[in-house]
Design a protein around this ligand. Structure first.
Ligand code: ATP
Ligand code: MG
Length: 183
């Protein structure tokens, strides 16, 4: 599974629609301080369902919407779309047979969130479900940040188990079992 490109519009410093394409050989995003490198990672985590403003380096969830700059007024909504190559069929559930999967999240100033899978409206849960066991989720090990390694080393056995279960592909079965038990 490969992230092919990200489309941002109104997200943090990316006020104008911007596409960041990740070619096969792409290894790094570089640029001066404050140019928006970390905002791109925040965008990935946000689409995958991050619900903590603090984890997105803001105070409120609507802080991800472009807030204005010296020459630009704030705008009304933020949208980010991630497009994945699923040729290897790693993506689960309802999108398992698609060769390309697009995941999009939109938020407006009222704080209303909308989620889309290949252009059709869906629930946040539908997005987390298709990535279970792939290692990709708002807080999974696909995104390693400053401090993540030391947090892993210092984590309690119960927390460490969550990472190991995701890596081993067990978490999706546990999630399904929990759902069945709650019915
Ligand atoms: P560094 O190299 O220092 O880590 P960076 O490239 O990672 O920098 P980011 O943290 O991604 O930079 O971007 C910070 C910039 O994004 C700041 O200029 C900040 O003003 C801008 N920014 C963040 N949120 C918003 C928002 N809601 N509206 C407008 N601009 C924003
Ligand atoms: Mg940064």
């Amino acid at each position: 599974m490969r992230l092919k490109h990200i489309k941002l519009a109104g997200f943090k410093s990316f006020v104008d629609p911007t596409t960041v394409a990740f070619e096969q050989q792409m290894t790094a995003i570089v640029g001066p301080n404050g140019c928006g490198k970390s905002n791109i990672i925040d965008a990935v985590r946000w689409v995958l369902g991050e619900s903590s403003a603090k984890n997105l380096r803001g105070e409120a969830m609507t802080d991800v919407i472009f807030n204005g700059a010296a020459s630009r007024k704030p705008i009304g909504q933020a949208s980010v779309e991630l497009v994945f190559d699923n040729a290897q069929g790693k993506i689960q559930g309802q999108m398992a047979d698609r060769s390309q999967v697009s995941v999009r999240r939109l938020v407006n100033r009222e704080g209303t969130n909308s989620y889309f899978l290949n252009g059709s409206k869906c629930r946040r849960k539908d997005i987390s479900e298709i990535f279970l066991g792939t290692g990709l989720g708002p807080r999974s090990y696909a995104i390693i940040e400053q401090g993540t390694i030391s947090r892993l080393i210092e984590s309690k056995p119960q927390e460490l188990r969550i990472f190991i279960e995701e890596a081993a592909g067990i978490s999706k079965y546990k999630e399904r079992r929990k759902e069945t038990e709650n019915r």
